[in-house]
Design a protein around this ligand. Structure first.
Ligand code: ATP
Ligand code: MG
Ligand code: MG
Ligand code: MG
Length: 593
């Protein structure tokens, strides 16, 4: 492309409404243009960047066997009513643009596509033989954000890759989730970004496990808490820690589970260096999260133990506040008397019947299955409930609690984390804080949408089961701007080579010099032929203006056909390092490639 023919306008001064460096630079360098609040035009240079990012995303998705498709942006309200999301998404703080067509039908502009894909799956997937499936698309999304800002970072119209997978069971879902974790890491690495994968909250999308991919930058709207040893990283909304003041001599051992449900009483015994009986006599508890709304606390208390239920209730209420929880359920093995007291007070507490108590204290496998049975039986709506403790949760054991039975000290040990808190996996590690830009988010959805919308398949035994789902999103346009936020200097953008709109720019300092033009034209042609995407700055401008613009738009290599051509050489300047070399004209391709 010749700059003389391109719609290319750069601005000398920072635009007034841009707050962060990447937004300023993309506007100044002529990559984007604001059309309205949170609505931007992607100009030719930007579109090339977005296509490069999309292509990296596409390659990584295809490599996992996911299939590209394109879903409608106009979505009938009925689908959203079926899933139960229409009201929350269209009310005052909701983010969906809704409209009414000429037939008085309600529609929404797609902010995300769970409803659309689930209706397709409901129609097309019949049998376990068709599973698993994974479909994705790269498309414009619409969200009426409350605070659109920072250019492409938070637009009301933006490009997302969103993928949805369908499975027979959780195990198959987890395999795909793991593939996505890897694919997302690859995408970001290939795009030249420094990032961190963090445990995250599932928010309005719903479901259990979720991981966010955070590009580290001061302008990030999210806060990430992590430990130096790299073993813990979570969005601050989700992060938990040991409460700093609760770390006393009472705290003996703690463990973050690596493998679901595999730590048994034996493991605990090793930690505490004591016998199983001692452990059983002590208190064992687990917390289970349901995307921040419900916290289930499993308190295993021997039936013959006295329970101070007032204290317990107080502590659970405190815990609920720590987690912004709406419901707290303690599963205990209380005495018959205690059960009666609780029932009389209608405390939001559940319990495991004494007849299964023995099994309950055998080990966590049993606890887990009993727990699930309990969930089946209970009237509490736990459809979307996730057994976080057996996946990503925590399991804390204290030694002195047994004899004295001091539940309060136990319960306050885990809390919503703040920077500087001690980490659960190791109290010697403290939580550090960093700013992050959420560029990707992967979710294990489970059966939330398939149950709500009746999307089922028939298993090998001929039974009808709800499809188990996952969904995976990456903000293509946000990712592109994040790259700038991570890589610029006082003169402009420094694109990572993989997503730069062009790899090289040939600059003709003096457009009146026929020899300069001839060499530049030759190089321009040869570089493009060699597959090095090259711009030619053949504008009738002063050399200084051209150099400034080349720096501003951030093309990785600048080739200048200046004075050195007298010696058969050109100047090659690397944008990132500013390293300048004089290179033989016929060695330029080899040097850059
Ligand atoms: P945020 O917390 O920043 O509002 P989100 O959690 O609502 O994002 P998801 O629903 O997880 O976003 O969507 C997947 C990805 O889409 C995000 O990780 C992000 O990269 C991108 N994204 C979301 N909202 C926007 C937006 N308004 N503008 C640009 N990209 C966005
Ligand atoms: Mg959002
Ligand atoms: Mg988010
Ligand atoms: Mg998200």
């Amino acid at each position: 492309m010749r700059l003389s023919q391109m719609l290319f306008v750069t601005l000398r001064d920072d635009p007034a409404d841009a707050e962060i460096p990447s937004h300023k630079l993309l506007l100044r360098a002529g990559y984007i243009r604001r059309i309205g609040s949170g609505v931007y035009a992607y100009l030719p240079l930007m579109w090339r960047v977005l296509q490069k990012v999309s292509q990296i995303v596409r390659e990584e998705m295809n490599a996992t066997g996911a299939q590209e498709c394109l879903l409608p942006q106009l979505q009938p309200a009925e689908l959203w009513k079926e899933s139960g999301r229409w009201d929350t998404y269209t009310k005052a703080e909701g983010i969906m643009f809704s409209l009414i067509d000429r037939r008085e039908q309600q529609l929404g502009l797609g902010p995300t596509h769970e409803e659309v894909i689930t209706t397709i799956a409901r129609d097309m997937i019949r049998s376990y033989r068709q599973l698993p499936q994974h479909l994705y698309q790269i498309q414009t999304k619409f969200r009426d954000e409350i605070r659109p800002r920072f250019g492409l970072m938070r637009g009301r119209e933006f490009i997302m890759k969103d993928g949805y997978s369908f499975h027979v069971d959780e195990e198959s879902l987890k395999a795909t989730y793991q593939d996505m974790y890897q694919a997302y890491s690859n995408m970001l690495r290939r795009s030249g970004l420094a990032f961190r994968a963090v445990e995250a909250d599932s928010g309005a999308i719903g479901g259990s496990g979720s991981t966010e991919f955070m590009v580290l930058a001061d302008a990030g709207e999210d806060e990430v808490l992590y430990t130096e040893d790299g073993k813990y990283a979570a969005n601050v909304e989700k992060a938990v820690s040991l409460s700093a003041d609760a770390v006393t001599s009472q705290f003996i051992a703690h463990e973050k589970r690596e493998t679901p449900g595999t730590d048994t009483i034996d493991t605990v015994c090793k930690f505490l260096n004591c016998s199983p009986t001692q452990v059983v006599k002590n208190v064992l508890y687990q917390t289970v999260y349901d995307n921040g709304k419900t916290v289930l606390v499993l308190v295993s208390i021997r039936g013959d133990q006295e329970v101070n239920e007032v204290k317990l209730q107080n502590e659970l209420t405190k815990l609920a506040a720590n987690y912004d929880a709406k419901t707290i359920i303690a599963l205990t093995v209380p005495s018959a008397e205690t059960q009666q007291t609780w029932a009389a007070k209608s405390l939001p507490l559940g319990y495991i019947a004494p007849d299964i108590a023995d099994e309950y204290i055998q080990g966590n496998q049993q606890i887990h299955s009993q727990f699930l049975r309990f969930v089946d039986k209970t009237a509490v709506d736990l459809k979307n409930f996730v057994t976080g403790a057996n996946e990503t949760g925590y399991h804390v054991v204290g030694a002195n609690w047994g004899e004295q039975f001091k539940l309060p000290e136990l319960v306050v040990d885990i809390r919503k984390a703040r920077p500087g808190d001690r980490a659960l996996h190791n109290p010697e590690q403290t939580l550090q804080s960093a700013r992050g830009i959420e560029v990707g988010h992967i979710f294990q959805l489970g059966t939330k949408y398939s149950v709500a919308m009746g999307a089922t398949y028939t298993n090998e035994q001929g039974e009808e089961k709800p499809l188990v789902m996952g969904c995976y999103g990456v903000g293509v346009s946000r990712l592109a701007q994040s790259a700038v936020e991570q890589s610029y200097d006082k003169d402009g953008i420094i694109w990572p080579v993989a997503i730069a709109p062009y790899h090289a720019i040939v600059t003709i300092p003096n457009i009146k010099d026929a020899q300069q033009i001839e060499i530049a034209e030759k190089l321009y042609k040869e570089l493009n032929q060699a597959g090095i995407e090259t711009l030619l700055d053949d504008r009738d401008e002063r050399a200084g203006v051209k150099f400034k613009d080349a720096d501003l738009i951030g093309i990785p290599y600048r080739i200048v056909t200046g004075r050195a051509i007298a010696n058969g050489k050109v100047e090659v300047v690397e944008r990132a390092t500013r390293k300048s070399q004089e290179i033989d004209i016929n060695e330029v391709i080899g040097t850059i490639k």
